[in-house]
Structure formats: C-alpha cells, structure tokens
Design a protein around this ligand. Structure first.
Ligand SMILES: Cc1cc2nc3c(=O)[nH]c(=O)nc-3n(C[C@H](O)[C@H](O)[C@H](O)COP(=O)(O)OP(=O)(O)OC[C@H]3O[C@@H](n4cnc5c(N)ncnc54)[C@H](O)[C@@H]3O)c2cc1C
Length: 143
C-alpha cells in the first residue's frame, strides 16, 4: 500500500503529500516491473515496503517526542550546525529517501537530543524554556 493507505501521519507535521507522491512513484515502479517480470516486481514491492516502514519509524521517533521539554527547547532555538535544521525540515517535509545526506544530520540531532535529555534528567545542562517562570501578562509593555 502507498500514501495514507499505508500510514496516516497527523497533518500537523505536513509530511503527507510528499510521502504519498514519493511512495506512489515507488509503487508505480514496482507495478511496472511486475508486469514484465513478477519476481523482480515482488522484490521491488518488498523494498518499497521496507523503505516506507523505515520512513514511518523515522518520523515516529520525532512525533513521540514532540511534547518533550528538551525537544521543544531544541525546536525553539533552531541551529543548522551539521545541517541538523535542514535534516529535520527534510524529514518533516516527508522525504522518504534514506540518503546519507538526509540521515547524518538527523543522527546528529538525535545525539544532541539524547545528550541534553540525559543532562536534563540529572538536573544539569542548559535551562529549558519550560523551566523558566512565564512572564506575567503585560510585563513586556510595562518595561
Ligand atoms: C485537514 C488536512 C490537512 C492536511 N495538511 C497537509 C499539509 O499541509 N501538508 C501535507 O503534506 N499533508 C497534509 N495533509 C495530508 C495529505 O493531504 C495526505 O497525506 C495526502 O493527501 C495523502 O495522499 P493519498 O494519495 O495517499 O490519499 P488521498 O489524497 O486521500 O487520495 C485518495 C483518493 O482515493 C479516492 N478513493 C478512495 N476510495 C476509493 C475507491 N474505492 N475508488 C476510487 N477512489 C477512491 C479518494 O476519493 C481520494 O481522492 C493534510 C490532511 C488533512 C486531512
């Protein structure tokens, strides 16, 4: 299956259209090959399925952590060190292809996230915006 029929991601993440189009292309290539050579078509379809499963795992990693204070802090202070911002945007845009230049920035981001999470659990590391008291309403205007 392809697109939303394979897996529906919350539209909030804006992954759906590109994922559906890319998986449509992969699915069409598998179907085309199947007509000429069913064994090759079956192999291509299995590869497409694996690719879709992997991309769902990649985006799920982010979705399950999106409300985490450390994740939110990283999103509130985006930096493109090691192309991490580009890598996350690429993933959120629904790019299914697991190319090295797409995977390396995401791995770097995951590493930064894991290190900061460990520090956060130990009460160390940089202050997270959630840990700071919210400014009272009108405070900015009064200054
Ligand atoms: C409110 C909302 C906002 C969204 N915003 C975004 C966004 O900003 N960015 C983004 O990337 N994604 C967004 N998405 C997700 C995106 O729209 C979907 O992921 C994408 O359209 C999936 O494409 P698809 O081809 O798999 O399915 P669909 O676009 O649902 O196409 C399936 C088609 O099959 C037809 N169909 C169903 N059953 C049959 C049948 N038995 N016979 C013949 N035809 C049939 C349907 O009528 C439909 O036209 C949003 C989704 C929603 C609901």
């Amino acid at each position: 299956m392809i697109g939303d029929a394979y897996g529906f991601v919350d539209p909030m993440f804006s992954t759906g259209v590109l994922m559906a189009m890319t998986s449509g292309e992969l699915g069409a290539a598998a179907a085309d090959a199947w007509l000429d050579d069913p064994a090759r078509g079956r192999r291509l379809a299995a590869r497409t399925n694996r690719e879709l499963a992997r991309s769902m795992e990649r985006i799920s990693w982010l979705i399950y952590r999106v409300n985490d204070p450390v994740m939110r802090s990283l999103f509130m202070a985006p930096r493109n060190t090691l192309w991490m911002r580009d890598g996350i945007i690429n993933m959120l845009a629904g790019n299914l292809y697991g190319e090295l230049r797409a995977i390396v920035p995401v791995l770097a981001f995951k590493t930064v996230y894991q290190v900061l999470s460990a520090l956060h659990r130990m009460g160390l590391g940089p202050a997270m915006p959630e840990a700071m008291p919210a400014a009272p309403l009108g405070a900015a205007a009064a200054e």
